[in-house]
Ligand binder design. Structure first.
Ligand code: HEM
Length: 417
């Protein structure tokens, strides 16, 4: 029950019946632990009918590129219930625990449109150039330290600290708070995959309130000493009455959550695929300019965010399958990346592949990832510099995967320079 009270859209769907998964029901199997080590065969079974697949537990899913894209762009779907309420929120008084507020990710128009417009300048091309300098300096420093050790953990020593440092800079988090900020990012990021237990729920509640104090003190500071950062820019909107302090704080929190583990997984999944596929790492070393291609191929082949969900705002019919108002649909972004009708020979990782159909790793429609350009930039810098500085890089043990449903990437990945 606590799951229902606290989890995001997906955790609640799981609690809604998927945990009782029936054998032979591929949609239900998506929520089972063992498949998570290699979810792609399960995705293939959901994709095979090439339509909306309904689980016996009542949950629907789409897995072809075409259907995923159509649902994401269809204005009859949103992320809240048709009347604007949070999906799966507990009845009043049922739970003292509140869900983590994921700002834009949990809003429909018109609030979503208003807040997204205010957040957009953070990712303007001029800003991105500043973040490139940060990403290059941080990566160089991290790789120097890793090289001195010889063997290191790709996740702990490169893929995790890179994005957290970039986000700290984007939000102008003071140096003294950097370690706490990273710990909060890890704790809050876990909420994207739902809430596992009451203890987890309490941890999230504590972290949210600590992060909130930091962001509130940042707002006060930026009022007096404005800078080039996101918070300074949003203080103007706050003073003009275009947003509330709660909206500002949860937007700042979303940037921390959305930009951290996702980018960590991108770098981890990329290096793993490059190392596991014969000739691919060598190709990158021979031409580090292929790093951007390796990032795109990773996003298609093994994306950091595997799935999302949408809710029908009215009774709709998709290719003959009726979906009732307020019913949810899982949109399997990772399955779309392996759809042979969109990507020929989809199970082959090829960093020189030209994607004529763009992958859906950053979603689509109104919620298309705001940080996509930044994520690409960080991923490209990390892979290029890794290939340039550590051409002999090799796996030095088994990559240990996370066992999450939505976010996919290694938890640990021992490598040798
Ligand atoms: C939304 C993926 C990195 C900020 C999303 C969504 C996906 C996604 C799939 C939409 C979810 C949905 O449709 O329900 C990724 C991946 C990343 C990445 C795979 C890394 C490889 C980043 C970074 C930032 C960021 C670095 C910023 C620092 C956001 C924000 C949203 C979002 C603010 C909400 C947009 C909205 O709801 O309108 N991301 N993301 N992301 N992402 Fe990213």
């Amino acid at each position: 029950r606590e799951d229902v009270a606290l989890g995001g859209r997906i955790a609640a769907m799981r609690a809604g019946g998927l945990a009782l998964a029936l054998r032979g029901d591929p949609v239900a199997r998506l929520m089972h632990k063992p498949w998570r080590h290699d979810p792609y065969p399960t995705y293939a079974t959901v994709r095979a009918p090439r339509g909306v697949v309904r689980s016996r537990t009542g949950i629907s899913a789409v897995a072809t590129h075409d259907l995923c894209e159509r649902i994401l762009r269809d204005r009859r779907f949103g992320v809240r219930l048709a009347d604007g309420r949070q999906p799966f929120a507990p009845e009043e008084g049922q739970s003292l625990l509140e869900p983590v507020d994921l700002s834009l990710l949990g809003l429909d128009a018109p609030d979503h449109t208003r807040l997204r417009r205010l957040a957009q300048p953070t990712f303007a091309p001029r800003r991105l150039e500043q973040y490139r300098d940060v990403a290059e300096t941080v990566t160089a420093d991290l790789l120097d330290r890793a090289a001195a050790r010889g063997r290191f953990d790709l996740v702990r020593d490169l893929a995790a600290p890179l994005p957290i440092t970039v986000i700290a800079r984007l939000l102008a988090i003071p140096e003294v708070d950097a370690d706490r900020f990273a710990a909060w990012g890890r704790a809050l990021g876990s909420s994207l995959d739902g809430v596992r237990s009451v203890a987890h729920a309490h941890e999230l509640a504590r972290t949210t309130s600590e992060a909130r104090s930091l962001f509130e003190s940042l707002v006060s500071r930026r009022r007096v000493e404005p800078g080039e950062d996101v918070v300074s820019q949003l203080v103007g909107a706050l003073d003009a009455g275009d947003m509330t302090i709660d909206e500002l704080v949860s937007l700042a929190q979303l940037l921390l959550v959305a930009g951290f583990e996702t980018t960590t997984n991108l770098v981890g999944n990329a290096v793993r695929a490059l190392q596991a596929t014969p000739g691919q790492w060598e190709a990158l070393v021979a031409d580090p300019g292929l790093a951007a291609g390796a990032v795109e191929e990773t996003l298609r082949y093994d994306p950091p965010v595997q799935l999302t969900a949408r809710i029908a705002h009215e009774d709709v019919e998709i290719d003959g399958m009726p979906l009732r108002r307020d019913s949810g649909v899982l949109v399997l972004l990772a399955a779309a990346g392996r759809d042979p009708e969109a990507h020929p020979d989809p199970d082959r990782f090829d960093l020189t592949r030209e994607q004529t159909t763009p992958h859906l790793a950053f979603s689509g429609g109104a919620h298309y990832c705001l940080g996509a350009a930044l994520a690409r930039l960080e991923g490209t810098v990390a892979l290029r510099m890794l290939a340039e500085r550590m051409p002999g890089l090799r796996a030095a043990g088994r990559a240990v995967p996370k066992t999450a449903t939505i976010l996919r990437g290694p938890r640990r990945f021992p490598v040798a320079a």
